[in-house]
Design a protein around this ligand. Structure first.
Ligand code: ADP
Ligand code: ASP
Ligand code: MG
Length: 406
C-alpha cells in the first residue's frame, strides 16, 4: 500500500471550517487507497498565545512546564481533526507524538529527535485507520513531553516519513516555495523544485515556509518533500536531491528575517582563545548565535559582533556583560532593530558578479549594509530592520526573479 505523511500547518487548521475542509481532503487521499498519517500543528496562533499566557503568569517559566503547556496546542488540533474525520465517516485516531513513537532528548523547547518507533503507527494503519499525530512533540526517556523547536511540526512530518518509508507532503497557506516571500513580493514566482541545499539556506535565513531541521532530515534520509497549498489543488514545490544543475549559476531565491539583534563587544583584547572564551558561555546558556564578525585588530584590541534572535537579547546581555568583564572588553552594545536579507543559489559564490550586484542594488536603494556573511551558495547582508522589505523587493527585481519559469 502506498503511504503518505501529510502535514497541515497552523494557518491551515486555524478554524473549525478549515479543519473540516482539510479533513475532507485527507479522507479523499485515504479513499483513493493510500495509507495516511497526518501531522498537525496547533491552530492558528495558539503556540504564540500560550507563550504569552505563560509569561503573563511567570516571566521565567521553566522549560519543562512550557513543553507541557505548548504541546497541548498540537494535541487539541489532533483531536479536533479526528472528530472532523469521524463526522465524515472515516476511520481515524489521534496520537500524541510520544504515543506515535517519537523519543527525544531532554533539552526542553528545542529537543532533538533520538528515535522513532513506528510500531503503533503500523498497527493502526493495519487496522485501516487514518492517524493524526500531534506535531512538534515527543517523549523523553523519563516520559516527559518535550517540544522540538518552533516550526517543529515540519520536522515531525519528515521524521515520520523517514521512519515509515512514506512520501512526505507539507500543506500550508501558500502554493509552494517561491522566489521570495509572496506576501512581501507580489510577483514572486513559485518554484517547481529546489535542492535540499538551497532550501536549507533559504529556511535557515528566514523563509519560514519550511523549518530548517525538516529540510536537513529530508536530505539525510533522501526524502522528497512536497510543499503545497492545503486546500487548492495546485502543483506545489518538490524539495529533493536530484535537481537539474543546468544553468546553475543563478539566484534561486531571496530570504529575509526581521528577527535579528546585534551585539558588539568593543575593544576586546586580541589574544588566542578569546573567541572561545566569548562563545562557550553563550553556548552553555543555549543561546544560538548566527553571524559572527571580528574586525582586524588595532593596538591589540578588536571589536567583535554577532547576531542573535531579538527574543534572546534579554537573556544574552547578562551573559555577555559578564564575559566582557572577565576578558577585559571595554563595552557591550546591543542593537535590536536589525534584520537580514539573503540571496541563495547554487554556484553564486564561484561566479563573479553576484555579490557586487547585491551590494550595488542595496546601495542604490539607499540601504546601509552593516554586516556581510557568505556561504558557498548564499550571500547575507545584515541591514536595519526598517529597510529589510525594500531590500527584498529591490533584489528580487535586480536579479529578475519575476522572470523565473514555472
Ligand atoms: P504553516 O502554518 O503552514 O507552518 P508558516 O507560516 O510557517 O506556515 O509558513 C508559510 C509562510 O511562509 C507563508 O505564508 C509565507 O508568508 C512565508 N514564506 C516566507 N518565505 C517564503 C517563500 N520563499 N515561499 C513561500 N512562502 C514563504
Ligand atoms: N506550533 C509550533 C510552532 O508554532 C510548531 C509548528 O507549528 O510547526 O512553532
Ligand atoms: Mg511553519
Amino acid at each position: 500500500m502506498s503511504l503518505v505523511v501529510q502535514k497541515y500547518g497552523g494557518s491551515s487548521v486555524a478554524t473549525a471550517e478549515k479543519i473540516k475542509s482539510v479533513a475532507a481532503r485527507i479522507k479523499r487521499t485515504a479513499d483513493a487507497g493510500s495509507g495516511v498519517v497526518v501531522v498537525v500543528s496547533a491552530m492558528g496562533d495558539t503556540t504564540d498565545e500560550l507563550i504569552e499566557l505563560a509569561h503573563a503568569i511567570n516571566p521565567h517559566p521553566e522549560a519543562r512546564e512550557m513543553d507541557v503547556l505548548l504541546s497541548t496546542g498540537e494535541t487539541q488540533a489532533s483531536a479536533l481533526m479526528v472528530m472532523a474525520l469521524h463526522a465524515l465517516g472515516a476511520e481515524a485516531i489521534s496520537l500524541s507524538g510520544g504515543q506515535a513513537g517519537m523519543r527525544t532528548d531532554r533539552v526542553h523547547r528545542s529537543a532533538r529527535i533520538l528515535d522513532i518507533d513506528p510500531a503503533r503507527l503500523k498497527a493502526e494503519l493495519e487496522r485501516g485507520r487514518i492517524i493524526v499525530v500531534a506535531g512538534f512533540q515527543g517523549l523523553t526517556e523519563d516520559l516527559d513531553v518535550a517540544t522540538i523547536g518552533r516550526g517543529g511540526s515540519d520536522t515531525t512530518a519528515v521524521a515520520f516519513a523517514a521512519a515509515l518509508g512514506a512520501r512526505c507532503e507539507i500543506y500550508t497557506d501558500v502554493e509552494g516555495v517561491y522566489t521570495a516571500d509572496p506576501r512581501v513580493v507580489p510577483d514572486a514566482r513559485k518554484l517547481k523544485d529546489i535542492s535540499y541545499e538551497e532550501m536549507l539556506e533559504l529556511a535557515s535565513k528566514g523563509a519560514k515556509v519550511m523549518a530548517p531541521r525538516a529540510v536537513e532530515l529530508g536530505s539525510v534520509y533522501n526524502i522528497g518533500i512536497l510543499v503545497a497549498h492545503s486546500t487548492k489543488d495546485a502543483p506545489g514545490t518538490l524539495i529533493h536531491g536530484g535537481v537539474d544543475m543546468e544553468g546553475f549559476n543563478r539566484v534561486r531565491g531571496i530570504a529575509h528575517d526581521m528577527d535579528v539583534a546585534k551585539i558588539t563587544l568593543r575593544h576586546v583584547p586580541d589574544r588566542p582563545g578569546i573567541a572561545a572564551e566569548i562563545f562557550e558561555p553563550l553556548a552553555d546558556a543555549n543561546l544560538s548565535v548566527d553571524t559572527i564578525v571580528q574586525n582586524v585588530s588595532e593596538n591589540n584590541t578588536t571589536d567583535l559582533t554577532f547576531t542573535i534572535a531579538k527574543n534572546d537579547v534579554k537573556r544574552a546581555l547578562p551573559v555577555v556583560n559578564e564575559i566582557a568583564k572577565t576578558i577585559g572588553a571595554k563595552e557591550v552594545v546591543a542593537d535590536e532593530k536589525m534584520g537580514k536579507v539573503s540571496i541563495v543559489g547554487t554556484g553564486i559564490q564561484s561566479a563573479p558578479g553576484y555579490a557586487a550586484r547585491m551590494f550595488r542594488t542595496l546601495s542604490e536603494a539607499g540601504i546601509n549594509i552593516e554586516i556581510i556573511s557568505t556561504s558557498e551558495i548564499r550571500i547575507t547582508c545584515i541591514v536595519p530592520e526598517n529597510s529589510v522589505l525594500d531590500a527584498v523587493r529591490a533584489l528580487h527585481a535586480a536579479f529578475e526573479l519575476e522572470k523565473v519559469e514555472l
